[in-house]
Design a protein around this ligand. Structure first.
Ligand SMILES: Cc1cc2nc3c(=O)[nH]c(=O)nc-3n(C[C@H](O)[C@H](O)[C@H](O)COP(=O)(O)O)c2cc1C
Length: 207
């Protein structure tokens, strides 16, 4: 049995391409492996608070020294860290906004990245604690940023996500991009076909 965490981050509830692709991924997975638990975290619609001074102070206070207020300040972060720790597979729906990710998804990472909890500084540099799980990122973009294209260097979305996930210890990351969304549906069709193909191999391994 697997646990999948689905993190949607589009503020658009109805016609979001990244949401549709994340749903396709999950439904396809469930067709093959119905004995799977799905947990949803929607950081696009259920807006997260920004990390503030109280939270940062709590992050840097060892658990045994925290005040009750500091424990409370970390409750949401603790819950979201636990969701990641419980998941074997994470599916992230990520629209490109201003060449990067949406602010909701950025806030999710700000709640996840905690020294002493999800990463540590060692003599060999920072080491993430959330490895051992696979991440699939389905993106939607108005333009096209494929490697070799003139706009490739403007893609701050995939490099950022690879960096922050790697920092947290997650290196097994697969991207499926729906590109050119401002010019038609061909990019979405291609992403759907890619997901279909990917699922055939991924669920066979997970079974
Ligand atoms: C505020 C905003 C900023 C955007 N910035 C970019 C951008 O920098 N590059 C791009 O290719 N598309 C950009 N787009 C287009 C979106 O990436 C595209 O509409 C995508 O389908 C959004 O994902 P969603 O359908 O899952 O919400 C932007 C759209 C919005 C609303």
């Amino acid at each position: 049995m697997s646990n999948i965490l689905v993190v949607n981050s589009s503020p658009n509830p109805d016609t979001s391409v990244s949401r549709a692709l994340a749903t396709q991924f999950v439904e396809g997975w469930l067709d093959d492996l119905p004995d799977t638990t799905i947990t949803y975290r929607d950081v696009g619609l259920d807006v997260l608070p920004h990390v503030d001074q109280d939270m940062v102070a709590a992050y840097f206070t060892p658990p045994e020294n925290r005040t009750q207020e500091q424990d409370q300040a970390l409750e949401l972060s603790d819950a979201m860290v636990a969701e990641v720790e419980t998941a074997d597979v994470i599916v992230i729906g990520s629209p490109m906004y201003n060449f990067g990710i949406t602010s909701g998804l950025k806030a999710w990472f700000d709640h996840l990245a905690r020294v002493g909890r999800t990463f540590d500084y060692t003599e060999n540099g920072p080491v993430g604690a959330l490895g051992g799980r696979r991440v699939f990122v389905v993106t939607a973009r108005g333009g096209s940023y494929q490697v070799g294209s003139p706009a490739a260097a403007m893609d701050m979305q995939e490099p950022y996500l690879r960096t922050v996930l790697g920092f947290l210890g997650i290196e097994d990351v697969t991207f499926i991009h729906a590109e050119g969304m401002s010019g038609g549906t061909a990019g979405k069709d291609a992403a759907e076909a890619e997901i279909q193909k990917l699922l055939e191999s991924v669920t066979a391994v997970a079974a």
